[in-house]
Each structure stands twice: as C-alpha cells, then as structure tokens.
Design a protein around this ligand. Structure first.
Ligand code: ATP
Ligand code: ZN
Length: 898
C-alpha cells in the first residue's frame, strides 16, 4: 500500500493544504507545534476515522470552523482508491456529513463500511495498524511494558494467528454441539423404546373387539326406542289438531262477542249525535225568526218592498244614476266657482297694478314741481349777484377817470414806464463808471505830479507837456457829479409812476374777472328760466296720466266684486250637491245592511238543511248496522251449539300422555347415544394407540441411525480442533523464532555500543536481553535511549516479519515514524539513518518520518517542511525539491531549510 496524496481543509492547524507522497523516504520537518504530527494523523484519520485517534471530531476540526474535509488517495494491489471524509457542525456537535471511498469497481458510502473495507484490504484494524506501521510519538514503551499475553495477542493478531485460534474454538464449539445433540438423541431413543414396550403389554386388539360388540347392542336398543317415539308423536299431533280447532272456535266466539258489543255501542253513539243535531236545528230556526223581523225593519229603511237580489240591484242602480247626475252638476258648479274666483283675483291684481302705476306718476309730477321751485330760486340768486358785480365795475371805471391811462391801456402804460426806468438806470451806471475812472486818473496824476513825473506819459515832469491835466479831470468830475444827481431825481419820479401804474393794471384785471362773472350769471339765469318752463309742462302732463289710471282702477275694482259674488253663489250650489251625495251614501248603507241580513238568513237555512240531511244519513247507517248485528248474533248461536266437550277432553288426555312419553323417550335416547359416543371414542383411541405403536417403531429405527451418525461426527470434530491447536502452536513457534532472529539483526544494526550479546524472545513472548557476561536483563531496565532503540528495533522487526512472512502481495501500509530521534544521541541518529536505508533495501516501499532533527534529512528522498504562521496560527506545507542539498546547507548554516 502507498499513500499518493492527501488534501486537508480545516483539519487541526491546516486551513487548506495538500501534499503529494511518493515511494521512498519522506521526511516531514518543522518546529515544535508546526503541524507535522497532524499531517500523519490526517492520513490515519482518513483510513480509520476519529475513534482510532482517541480524539473527538470536535478536536479535529480547526477551532472556530464549522466544517472540515480530509481526502486521501492511496494505491493498493495495483488499484488506486480515494477516501473523502467531510465533517460539519450540526447544533453544538461536529458530525460526519460524508464518508465515501471509491476505486475501480467499488463505491462505498458510510464510515462503518469504509472502515470495514480498509480493515479487510490491509488485513488489520486501526489498532493493528498502529502496532505494526505507525510508531507514534511518545509510545516508546508500549510493547516493552506490555505483558507477554498482551504482546502475544498483539503479534498473533498481526500475523493472523488469531484466526487459527478462532477456527479451533469454532471446532471445539462444534464438538460440544454434537455432544449435546447426541445425548439428547440417546435420551429420546431410550424413551421411545420404553413407550413401545408399554403399548405391546396393553393387548390393544382384544380391547377393540370388546368395544365393537358393546356398540352393536346399543345401536339395536336405540332403534327400538326411535320407533316408539314416532308412534307417540303421531298420537300427540292428532290430539293437537282437535284442540287447535276447538281453540279457533272459541277465538271466533270471543271475537263475535266483541264485534257485537262494538256495533251496539256505535249505534248508541250515532243516535246521540242525531239528538244533538235536532237541538241545533231548533236553535237555528229561532235565529231565523229573529233575523226575519230585523229584515222587515231594514226593508222600510232601505225603501224597498223585497230583499231579493233583483230588487236590491235595481235600487242600487237608481242610486247610482242619481249619484252620477249629482256628481256632474257638482263638477260643473265647482268649475264655475273656480273660474269666478280666478277672474276676481286677476281683476284685483290689475287694480293694484293700476293704482301703483298712478302713484308713481303723481310722485314724478311732484318731483317736476320741486325742480321748478328750485330753478326760480336760482334766478333770484343770480340776479342779485349781477347787481353786485355791476356796482364793483362802476367803481373800477371811476378809478381810471383821473389817471394817465385809459381803461384797457394800463398794461401798455406800465411797460412804457419800465422802459424809461431801464434807460435811466443804464445812464446812471455809465455815469458812475465814468466818474470813478476820472477820479482814479486825477488821483494818479496827482501822485505822479508829486513824484515829478508827468501823470500822462510818466516822463520826468520837466519835459512833460501835460501838466495841466489835473484841472481837466476836476472839471470832468464836477460835470459828472451834476449829471448823477439829475439822473437820480428822474429815477425817483419814474419809480413813483410805476407804482401807480401797477395798481391800475391790477384794477384792470379785476374788471375783466367781473365782466366774466356777470356773463356767467346771465347764462345761469337763462338756463333756470328754461328749466322752469320745461318742468311746469311735464308736471301738468303727469298729473293728467295719473288721473286716467285711477279712473281705470275704479272700474276694475267694481268688476272684481261682481265676479266674487258669482263665485259665492256657485259655492252654495256645491254645498247643496254634496249633502245630496251624503244622503245617497246613507241609502246604500241601508241596502248593505239589508243584504247582509238576507244572506245570514239564507246561510242559517242552508245549515239547517245540511243538519237534517246528516240526521237522515245517520238513521240509514244505523238501520244497516242493526241488520249486521243480527247476522253476528245468529253466527254466535250456531258456533256455540257445535261445541263437543267430551271429545275435547279425550283429546286433551291423549295429548298429555303422548307429550310426557316423548319427554321420557328423549332422555332415554340421549343416554343411549352418550353411551354409544363413549364407546365409539374408546374405539377411536384404541385404534390411535395401535397406529401410534407402528409410528413409534419407525421412529425408533430412524433414531438408531442418527445416533450412530452423530457418534462418527463427534470423532471427526474432535480431531479438527486438536489439529488447529497444534497448527497454531507450530506457526507461533516458527514466527517467534523468525521474529527473534530479525529483532537481533535490527538491534545489532542500530545499537552502537557493544554491551549486549543477544536478545531472547521465548515461546511465551517473554523478552530478555543478555549482557556480554550472559547476565539477563529485563528490557524495562534499559536506559531511555536504549529503550527507544529497542522499541524501534522491535517495531521494524515486526514490520519485516509481516512484510516477508506473508505470501503474494504484501498489503503492508507505509512505515510511519513520528519523532523517532527524541531519545537518541547524534551517533544513534546516524545509526537510525542506516536502519531506514536497510528497511528500504529490504523492500519497504514508502517510509514517512516526522522529525524536527536535521540530521535525519540525510536519509530523505523527499523533504517536506511544515511551518505555522504565528499571526494566523495556520500551518502550511512546502516540498523541497533537492533534499540532500538542503541538508548540506542546513548542516553548514545550522538553519531550518526552506
Ligand atoms: N482543532 C485545532 N484547531 C486549530 N489548531 C489546532 C487544533 N488542534 C491542534 N491545533 C494546533 O496544531 C498544533 C499541533 O500540531 P502538531 O502536533 O502536528 O505539531 P508538531 O509539528 O507535530 O509539533 P511537535 O514537534 O511538538 O510534535 C498545535 O500548535 C495546536 O495549537
Ligand atoms: Zn509532533
């Protein structure tokens, strides 16, 4: 067997990992806790499940994960198989969700079946696998510490010697089974023999003859009694017939008597009904009398002579005719009344309309008159205003009388004065300027003169021709000053004139305004006069129209009164007609009353008639009944005469006797038959016994044959059991010898020191080590390292024994070592490398070693390093392509190979 490939998901520290595995030595290397052992455990788990690891499924799934998947591919006997296990959380527990194995022509589903299949092809269960191929970390002492019996069991189991023991046990079980059956059969044989002897002593045929003779006697007796019984039955039946017929006659007589009583009673009841009816007829006849006298009164009230239907109908039709003619008149009168009322109403409405229209016109007329009065007042007011204006105008005119301007020329005059005033002002300004210039020149000349210069040419004065200029200036100043004073006087005068001219202009403007106001007043007066004329005319015409309307209103009012009185007279007619209708209705009520009385009389008479008929009917029926009654009485007398008392008495006696005999004979017959049945069953049992005896004889022959066959079988099984025992002992001896030889070979190969001469493994699987001086040591006395070496040797020897000792294809799993160097010194690690190479040479195809020891890398064909990421706490796997170079570099740098 070879592991080819393993894939992990969420298995212990692995999040996601996969690894190819080949033939040869694979070293799995890494630091403590990096996940090396877990990798091997995964392979083991894939094959056998969690139980084999002594762990629960919860331990296997990576902490905080809810599922895990482990897949292992392996080759075995030329075929490749693939196991897949999937775990999943369900509630707070992890469970196996899938466990399948597939390979050529096989597909298995379910953990139990997969484990069974693996156990079968490897020929070892999980425990055997661990004992042979999987040297687990820290299990150094397991085989050393085991008792010889345990060791024997382990090794026997591995070598399948257990099977021989099983076969032996089965053979021995079979022998015991045969012995059980044999002793049982012998017991049965003796028992049957005794039974046969007992039956032969019982003279069964003689007994049978006796019983048959007794049965024939009883049969004859039974026959005789049966004949007697038939005769007694005939007697009883004849008597019974006579008695039955008598009983029937008695019954008929009783029935007839009852019928006679019934009939008599019915007749009496009916006669009493007739009497009741007669009384009812009398009462009703009296009622008719009363009603007849009521009818006489009703006839006179209804004004008819007879109450028969025709008369009443005729009277009704007369009333109907009258009513219909009254209704016609009534309708006409009502229509007339309505018509007159409507007309009166319409006329009254018209009167109202006319009066209101006349009022409106009168109002309009008085409005016009008011307007006239107002216009006249306006005229007076305006005339007064005119006189006032004229007065003011006269005073303005008077103002102009003594003025320089005429009325209408004042503005022109003012403008002329203003021009004059402007001229004077200009003159004044220029004169003042001239005076000032002259004065300035004179002062300058004076200054120059005083400085000796000519004031005109500014030449030195001596040569100046203009010395007289200052005087000229003085003259000019005098002239100019005079002129100024003249101009100022003139200006004052003109100013005064302007003032009075301005007042004139104002008056003139006033005069114009007055003129306008006067003409306005004239216009208003004219307008008011027109208004007076117009409105006076309007008022007159309105008064006229209003008068006409009032006249018309008076006429209409009269007409309305006339129509109203017509309506009243029609209303009177209506009342009269309605009271006539009332009278007719009363007459009808009287007719109804009469008709009712009449119909009641007729009803009661009909009732009386019906009662009479019923009385007659009952009388007829009772006559019939009386005839029938007579017939019944005749039949009764006839039957009573026929009864023969003596004959009946005889029949009764016969019947009693026969019945009592029959009872006795039945008892007797029952007794005889019981007796016969008894004898018959005894005959049956004797015959059964005889048959039984024949059967027993047959059975006896058969059981004799079986007992001798079982005796032969017992001998054979005994031989088989002892053969298995001997075979196993032989094989074990042989295996112990081989295992001892191999153990010595391996131990000598791996153990470096020269302290021990040999190891002894005796038939009882006791292990002893001999020192050079032949003193014996128990392996438990060895040092820790020596025990580790001893354990390794023993494991390798067992592995070799299995691998070499089994014919054909060895189903051996890979040899798996977990931390084998733990107790070894460096020298022994080197020896371990030699051992591994030796095992390889001897044909162990796949060796898997977990080790943190770099020295072991020297033995590796393949190197796998395992590392755990310190932050994520997840492990990863790396394959090293060239392990030997890695080993050298590791040895030189003393570092973990990458
Ligand atoms: N269910 C789990 N989930 C996560 N991590 C786990 C789980 N079970 C174990 N581990 C981790 O896996 C590691 C143990 O792995 P393993 O025993 O394979 O280590 P190792 O490399 O063989 O170490 P050593 O050299 O000490 O034997 C531990 O660090 C542990 O924390
Ligand atoms: Zn480990």
């Amino acid at each position: 067997m070879r592991f080819d490939h393993i894939t992990l998901e969420h298995f212990k520290p692995y999040a996601d990992a996969s690894l190819d595995l080949q033939d040869g030595v694979t070293i799995i290397h890494g630091l403590n806790g990096s996940g090396k052992s877990s990798l091997l455990e995964a392979c083991f788990f894939a094959l056998y499940g969690a139980r084999a690891l002594d762990e629960t499924l919860d331990d296997i799934v990576t902490t905080d994960e809810d599922d895990a998947t482990i897949e292992l591919t392996f080759s075995h006997a030329g075929s490749q198989y693939h196991i897949k296990r999937r775990l999943r959380r369900s509630g707070d527990r992890i469970q196996t969700a899938q466990c399948t194995l597939d390979g050529p022509d096989i597909e298995i589903d379910g953990a139990t079946d997969v484990r069974a299949f693996i156990t079968d092809i490897l020929r070892m269960d999980a425990e055997a696998f661990v004992n042979c191929a999987y040297v687990r970390q820290g299990e150094v002492n397991k085989l050393i510490n085991a008792t010889p019996t345990q060791r024997q069991a382990i090794i026997d189991d591995l070598l399948q010697l257990g099977r021989l023991e099983m076969y032996r046990e089965r053979a021995s079980d079979a022998r015991l089974g045969v012995e059980d059956i044999l002793s049982e059969q012998r017991g049965a044989q003796t028992e049957i023999k005794a039974q046969i002897e007992r039956k032969e002593d019982a003279n069964l045929h003689e007994k049978l003859n006796e019983y048959e003779a007794a049965r024939a006697d009883i049969d004859a007796e039974i026959e005789r009694y049966e004949e007697n019984k038939i005769r007694a039955q005939e007697t009883r039946d004849n008597a019974k017939e006579i008695l039955t017929s008598h009983e029937e006659t008695q019954e008929e007589l009783t029935e007839l008597e009852a019928e006679i009583d019934d009939l008599r009673m019915t007749i009496e009841e009916d006669e009493s009904t007739r009497a009741d009816f007669r009384e009812a007829i009398e009462t009703k006849t009296e009622q008719v009398e009363t009603l007849l006298s009521a009818r006489t009164d009703a006839l006179s009230s209804a004004e008819v002579t007879s109450a028969d239907a025709d008369t009443l109908a005729a009277r009704r039709s007369t009333l109907d005719d009258k009513e219909s003619s009254i209704r016609d008149s009534l309708q006409t009168a009502r229509q007339q009344q309505t018509m007159f009322e409507n007309q009166a109403e319409r006329l009254t409405e018209r009167v109202d309309e006319l009066e209101s229209r006349a009022d409106e016109l009168q109002e309009q007329a008085s409005e016009a008159e008011t307007a006239v009065t107002k216009a006249k007042e306006q005229i007076t007011t305006q005339q007064n205003a005119q006189a006032d204006i004229e007065e003011q105008m006269t005073s303005v005119r008077e103002q102009f009388n003594n003025s320089p301007a005429t009325l209408g020329k004042a503005t022109e005059y003012l403008e002329m004065l203003q021009e004059e005033h402007d001229d004077i002002r200009n003159d004044l300004a220029s004169t003042r300027a001239s005076l000032s210039t002259v004065q300035d020149r004179r002062n300058e000349a004076q200054t120059l003169q005083e400085a000796g210069k000519c004031p005109t040419c500014e030449q030195p004065i001596e040569e100046s021709p203009h010395v007289e200029a200052i005087d000229e200036y003085d003259v000019q100043i005098e002239t100019l000053t005079e002129r100024l004073s003249q101009l100022e006087t003139k200006q004052n005068k003109v100013n005064n004139k302007i003032e009075s001219a301005e007042s004139l202009v104002e008056s003139e403007r006033q005069f114009e305004t007055l003129k306008e106001r006067k003409s306005l007043a004239s216009e208003r007066i004219a307008d008011a006069r027109e208004t007076v004329n117009e409105q006076t005319e309007t008022a007159a015409s309105l008064h006229e129209n209003a008068g006409e309307l009032e006249t018309e209103a008076d006429e209409k009012r009269d007409a309305a009164a006339t129509q109203m009185s017509n309506a009243d007279s029609e209303a009177e007619k209506v009342a009269t007609l309605e009271s006539k209708l009332e009278t007719i209705n009363n007459a009808r009520d009287q007719l109804d009353n009469l008709a009712e009385i009449q119909s009641e009389i007729e009803n009661i008479r009909a009732e009386i008639e019906r009662l009479r008929e019923r009385r007659e009917e009952i009388a007829d029926r009772n006559d019939e009944r009386r005839e029938y009654l007579q017939a019944k009485r005749d039949r009764h007398a006839e039957l009573a005469a026929d009864v023969n008392e003596a004959r009946i008495e005889k029949a009764q006696n016969n019947h009693e006797e026969a019945v009592s005999y029959l009872e006795d004979v039945s008892e007797k017959l029952d007794e005889l038959r019981d007796k016969r049945d008894n004898i018959q069953s005894q005959i049956g049992s004797v015959r059964g016994e005889i048959e039984n005896l024949a059967e027993l004889r047959e059975k006896h022959t058969a059981i004799n044959d079986r007992v001798s066959a079982l005796e032969t079988l017992h001998e054979q099984v005994e031989t088989l059991s002892s053969t298995y025992r001997e075979l196993r002992a032989d094989l074990r001896k042989q295996n112990v010898e081989t295992l001892e030889r191999m153990l010595n070979e391996v131990f000598m190969l791996i153990y470096d020191n020269d302290a021990y001469s040999r190891i002894q493994l005796d038939d009882a699987y006791e292990l002893t080590i001999f020192q050079k001086d032949e003193t014996a040591l128990n392996p438990e006395q060895l040092s820790g390292g020596e025990r580790a070496l001893f354990n390794l040797s023993l494991r390798c020897a067992i592995y070799r024994l299995l691998a070499e000792g089994i014919d054909g294809t060895a189903p051996m799993p890979p040899l798996i070592l977990d931390e084998p160097t733990v107790f070894l010194d460096s020298g022994h690690v080197g020896r371990l490398v030699d051992l591994i190479k030796d095992m390889q040479r001897r044909g162990v195809a796949q060796i898997l070693i977990v080790s943190h020891d770099k020295e072991l890398i020297a033995a590796a064909d393949h190197l796998v390093t395992v590392k755990k990421d310190p932050t994520s706490n997840r492990s990863s796997i790396t394959r090293i392509d060239d392990p030997q170079r890695a080993a050298i570099s590791a040895a030189s740098s003393n570092k973990t190979p990458q």
